[in-house]
Design a protein around this ligand. Structure first.
Ligand code: 6CM
Length: 253
C-alpha cells in the first residue's frame, strides 16, 4: 500500500540505505525550497552582474566569522539542467572548472548519485589554508506545479565527517563548513511543426546558493574581497565550460 501511494515521479536513489540518507534527503529538500525563494524584500544585496548573471549576498557573521549567504541566478542557452548538474557533480570534470582547489579526492562513492569529497583549497593570504569535507548528491526534482515535468535537477553539497579524514588530524588545514546548492531547470521552446528539439530550443535556468563558514580565523575584509572576485569567476567559467562540453554532443535530459 505504501509503495502504491508513492508518486511515481519521485526518483529512488541507491543511497537510501546509507546512514547519511535521512540527512541528505532533508538538507536537499530544504536547499531546493530555499533556492526557489526569490531575492526580493530588500534583504539581498546585488554585488555582481554580467549578462544574464546576477549575484546577491547578505552580510552575516557568526562568532566574528564571515558567513555571508550567497545566491546567484543565471540563464544559459543550449544546455539542459541535467547537463549542468552532471558536470557540477561529477569528480571527472571538477579540476577543469574549479579554480579554488589544489586537490580533490573521493573518500566514498555511496552510489552513482552520492559521493563524499575531500578538497584542499588554495590558500588565501594571510589566513591558513582550508580543506572541505562534504557529501554531494545529485537528484531529479519532481515539479509540484507540473507533475509530468521531469526537467529540474539539483546538486546539493553539505559538510560532513568521515573516519578517513578526521578534522584536525593534520594541523595544516582549517576545515570550512559549507552548504551549497545548484538548481537547474530546462526550458524548451517547442520547435515548429513537430521538428526534433535542437540545442537552439533549450534554455537552462540556474540558481546557485552557498553558505560557507571559514571554520576559524580569517580576516573579514580579505574573505569578502575573495568571494566578490571568485564567485562570479566560478559561475561564468563553469557555465561556459558546460556549454563547450555539450555543444557538439547529443542532448541529455
Ligand atoms: O560550489 C563550488 N564548488 C563546489 C566544488 O568544489 C563545492 C565547493 C565549495 C567550496 C567552498 C569555498 C571554500 C572556501 C575556501 C577558500 C577559498 C579559496 C579561494 C582561493 C582563490 C585564490 O561546492 C564553487 C565554489 C566557488 C567558491 C568561490
Amino acid at each position: 500500500e505504501r509503495l502504491k501511494s508513492m508518486p511515481v515521479s519521485v526518483p529512488r536513489s541507491q543511497a537510501q540505505s546509507h546512514v547519511l540518507w535521512p540527512e541528505i534527503d532533508r538538507i536537499t529538500a530544504e536547499q531546493l525550497h530555499y533556492a526557489r525563494q526569490g531575492v526580493g524584500e530588500g534583504v539581498w544585496e546585488l554585488f555582481a552582474e554580467d549578462g544574464e548573471m546576477r549575484m546577491y549576498k547578505r552580510e552575516e557573521e557568526v562568532n566574528g566569522l564571515v558567513v555571508d549567504p550567497l545566491k546567484a541566478v543565471h540563464t544559459v542557452k543550449g544546455v539542459t539542467g541535467f547537463e549542468m548538474c552532471h558536470y557540477f557533480f561529477s569528480p571527472d570534470y571538477r579540476l577543469d572548472w574549479e579554480t579554488t582547489i589544489e586537490q580533490m579526492k573521493v573518500l566514498e562513492k555511496v552510489s552513482d548519485d552520492t559521493m563524499i569529497f575531500l578538497q584542499i583549497h588554495k590558500r588565501v593570504w594571510p589566513a591558513s589554508q582550508r580543506d572541505a569535507l562534504f557529501w554531494s548528491h545529485l537528484r531529479q526534482v519532481p515539479d509540484s506545479r507540473d507533475p509530468d515535468a521531469q526537467n529540474i535537477w539539483i546538486v546539493c553539497n553539505h559538510s560532513t565527517e568521515h573516519h578517513s579524514a578526521p578534522e584536525k588530524s593534520n594541523g595544516k588545514y582549517i576545515r570550512v563548513f559549507l552548504t551549497v546548492a545548484l538548481v537547474c531547470q530546462t526550458m524548451i521552446e517547442p520547435p515548429k511543426n513537430g521538428a526534433q528539439i535542437t540545442r537552439d530550443d533549450l534554455t537552462c535556468k540556474i540558481t546557485y546558493c552557498s553558505v560557507v563558514n571559514p571554520g576559524g580565523w580569517a580576516p573579514a575584509s580579505v574573505l569578502r574581497a575573495v568571494y566578490k572576485r571568485e564567485y562570479p569567476k566560478f559561475l561564468k567559467k563553469f557555465t561556459h565550460y558546460v556549454y563547450d562540453q555539450c555543444k557538439n554532443k547529443p542532448i541529455r535530459f
